[in-house]
Design a binder for this molecule. Structure first.
Ligand code: ZN
Ligand code: ZN
Ligand code: ZN
Ligand code: ZN
Length: 137
């Protein structure tokens, strides 16, 4: 009996096949549906599609409130209130300095921050007003 590949739906005539999600696959068809990387050891699936770890978390993982991309388990994050940010996304919107926990900063928009120095400069110019102030996250 010839098995049909769950990926390309063509018969598997190769000597080796892989069983993924309880279905047979060509070895070459077991690849991430986003980046086409071969999934040799670990793969993640959702809705019958296969993903590499990075693409899986990018798509289905917790989203960063800054860039709205998924957060990978290996990413460093900052938490502010109920939100999670990539370390790189938790920056002052003016000088792009990375903000750290415990630092005085100001929330301008839901997900935008400004460091104290820039806040004071801007505020003196009265060019914008932050909604509220967050001390020591
Ligand atoms: Zn196939
Ligand atoms: Zn991938
Ligand atoms: Zn981010
Ligand atoms: Zn700044």
């Amino acid at each position: 009996m010839v098995q049909v590949c769950a990926g390309c739906e063509r018969p598997i005539l190769d000597r080796f096949l892989l069983n993924v999600l309880d279905r047979p696959w060509h070895v070459k068809c077991v690849q991430c549906c986003e980046c086409k990387a071969k999934l040799t050891e670990k793969c993640f699936s959702r809705e019958g599609k296969l993903f590499c770890k990075n693409d899986f978390f990018r798509r289905y993982g917790t989203k960063c409130a800054g860039c709205l991309q998924g957060i990978l388990p290996s990413d460093l994050v900052r938490r502010a209130r109920s939100k999670v940010f990539h370390l790189n996304c938790f920056t002052c919107m003016v000088c792009r300095k990375q903000l750290s926990t415990g630092e005085e900063l100001y929330v301008v928009d839901e997900n935008q921050f400004i460091c104290k120095e820039d806040y004071l400069t801007k505020c003196q110019r009265k060019s914008f007003k932050p909604h509220y102030n967050l001390n020591s996250l």
